[in-house]
Design a protein around this ligand. Structure first.
Ligand code: GTP
Ligand code: SPV
Ligand code: MN
Length: 598
């Protein structure tokens, strides 16, 4: 493909000199290109063909055993001033990062092919959309980028002769975590990644461009780049409203984005606009509009079944790349939580013999599917709308076994930003490190905000001030457990019951009870017809315990203190107000015999 853009050509030349590949291939996004790359990957073993009768166009990729999730401790934001990256990011001085990584890139593509992948994030012709060019030496990365972004002509057309694109340089290097770095240079609109072939570390359009660099750009240009799903909900009267949800990695965005209404809620329909990333801008009518910059889904496989996510289950039966799932003797994939029972024999995600007696899991807990959005039967008719969709409500959700109710509403935009800023969640397998540890994850953006959180919250407050009709903001928690450790809430399709109340509240209806933390559904306000939830479970789900919240308020204060003077006053005010409201509620009895925590 002949790419005329002079800035792209010059950059490719520069990287060719640095990385010395044997050859250069310019990618155009065509089907012929996909077929050719797939064939090459089958020959090298980078892909394994799955049963083409049962699952046409589906392939399995096994990654290196130590390269299965994002590595947050090896991810850096390289701003000239450390404080601009903030305590929420690892930081390296730009010159140091360039020197360190240049040495690793030196000659790293000898014996390999350099692929040039021009890609567009966002719908063609949209003022929201941005162009990136990824240079990579991984065919697997090219095949995934072709699904996750709009590759080739849409990108080059959008760019024209301009040099305004994100320079995304990626090499597998030697895949060693000792020589792995994912470095962002916001001032140069550049990402340098080496040493990993895994999703968020290697598909540089996703977390690197569409969140870390885009959040920084959004601050400069007056918009927001968020780790959010976008869901369209149509009520039985035929009215459609849009909701976004920011939940940390592996906390339910893809599942909520593809929610299937329960049988006991006839007439309700849902439409997927996005499952991971939203770019949001104020519209001329004073509402907030969102697009999904991606073109596919890179979803968590374990737990995906007809019962939990029928839409995703149907969508991944063809043209899907599976990464790190188990392989059955008939050439079909399997994972924990699959509709079929465990096979008598299989190969696990590393290709080792596996039986149900094995002590290890068959699929990696962070195994993933990569599927084009066009295969999703509930994809929204507004998916390609260049103007985006107007947002009625925003959810901040997390995994919390205790303390946090199923749902509650903020009193205002400022209070909603505070709810986002104080989000905390138990860690998952989507990043390396211990699973199940409680950590603060503001707006589900801890690993993805490209600048100081203090400045980011200030920016949220500024964007809200521009909105005549801001979305209503809620906190959700599908993961509260009972004393036996079992989830109290059925989740998945039943989450529509919560969304229904959310949309009622956004329109000034719906019954609520005011508590120190915000508005909780009044008794009988949630539509539970046809659900077998007990009254006792509901009470536990909606309980607000002042003593628990006294501890939470203290830990929030300590967290905010770590940002020093950069915390906006509005956030401090909300924290103060919460502390006082809890103090007023609490009785000495509440605090007796409590252990510290949260
Ligand atoms: P990333 O792609 O990492 O950003 O994750 P995500 O937020 O899209 O999470 P996803 O929807 O893939 O869900 C992750 C895990 O949470 C899966 O194992 C799901 O089965 C589980 N999960 C999702 N929704 C619910 C829910 O409503 N209730 C419960 N109990 N589990 C859920
Ligand atoms: C996440 O971890 O939030 C993901 C997968 O969506 S990754 O692309 O690796 O970031
Ligand atoms: Mn994600």
């Amino acid at each position: 493909m002949a790419v005329e853009n002079a800035a792209i050509r010059a950059w490719v030349k520069e990287i060719e000199t640095l990385c010395t590949p044997d050859q250069i291939v310019w990618c155009d996004g065509s089907e012929a290109e996909r077929d050719r790359l797939t064939k090459e990957c089958l020959a090298t073993g980078e892909l394994i063909e799955l049963n083409q009768q049962k699952m046409p166009g589906c392939y399995l990729h096994r990654s290196a055993a130590h390269d299965v999730a994002r590595t947050e401790h090896l991810t850096f934001v390289c701003t000239p001033e450390k404080l601009d990256a903030g305590p929420n990011n690892n930081w390296m001085a730009p010159a140091d990062a360039r020197a360190k990584l240049s040495a690793l890139y030196q000659g790293c593509m000898k014996g390999r092919t350099l692929y040039v992948v021009p890609f567009l994030m966002g719908p063609p012709g949209s003022r929201f959309s941005k162009v990136g060019v990824e240079i990579t030496d991984s065919k697997y990365v090219v095949l995934n980028m072709r699904i996750m972004t709009r590759v080739g002509k849409p990108a080059l057309d959008h760019l024209g002769a301009s040099g305004d694109f994100t320079r995304c340089l990626h090499s597998l290097g030697d895949l060693s975590p000792d020589r792995r770095f994912i470095c962002h240079f916001p001032e140069d609109n550049t990402v340098w990644s080496i040493g990993s072939g895994y999703g968020g570390n290697a598909l540089l359009g996703k977390k690197c461009l569409a969140l870390r660099l885009a959040s920084y750009l959004g601050k400069k240009e007056g918009w927001l780049a968020e780790h959010m799903l976008i869901l369209g909900v149509q009520n039985p009267q035929g009215e459609t409203r849009y909701v976004t949800g920011a939940f940390p990695s592996a906390c339910g965005k893809t599942n909520l984005a593809m929610l299937q209404p329960p049988a006991s809620m006839p007439g309700w329909k849902t439409f997927t606009v996005g499952d991971d990333i939203a770019w949001l801008r104020p519209g001329e009518d004073g509402r907030l509009y969102a697009i999904n910059p991606e073109a596919g889904f890179f979803g968590v496989v374990p737990g995906t079944s007809k019962k939990t996510n029928a839409n995703a289950t149907a969508m991944i039966q063809s043209n899907t790349i599976f990464t790190n799932v188990a392989l059955r003797p008939d050439g079909t994939p399997w994972w924990e939580g699959h509709d079929d029972p465990a096979p008598a024999t299989a190969l696990d995600w590393q290709g080792r013999p596996w039986t149900p007696a094995s002590s290890e899991k068959a699929a990696h807990p962070n195994s993933r599917f990569t599927t084009p959005a066009s295969q999703c039967s509930c994809i929204s008719p507004e998916f390609e709308n260049p103007n985006g969709v107007p947002i009625s409500a925003m959810l901040f959700g997390a995994r919390r076994q205790r303390v946090v109710p199923l749902v509650y509403q903020s009193r205002s935009w400022q209070h909603g930003v505070f709810l986002g800023a104080t989000l905390s969640s138990e860690t998952t397998a989507a990043a390396t490190g211990k699973v199940g540890v409680l950590r603060r994850d503001p707006m589900a953006m801890l690993p993805f905000c490209g600048y100081n959180f203090g400045d980011y919250w200030a920016h949220w407050l500024e964007v809200g001030a521009k909105l005549k009709h801001p979305p209503a903001i809620f906190r959700t928690n599908w993961f509260r457990t009972n004393d036996a450790g079992k989830f109290l809430w059925p989740g998945f399709g039943d989450n529509l019951r919560v969304i229904k109340w959310v949309l009622e509240r956004a329109e000034g209806k719906g019954e609520a009870r005011e508590t120190p933390i915000g508005f909780v559904p009044a008794t009988n306000a949630l539509d539970l017809r046809g659900s077998d939830l007990s009254g006792e479970s509901l009470d536990k789900l909606l309980a607000v315990d002042p003593a628990d919240w006294t501890e939470a308020v203290q830990s929030q204060g300590e967290f905010f203190d770590s940002f020093g003077g950069r915390i906006p006053k509005g956030i401090r005010d909300e924290h103060e107000r919460l502390a006082q409201a809890i103090q007023t509620e609490i009785t000495p009895d509440d605090m007796r015999g409590r252990d510290a925590g949260n």
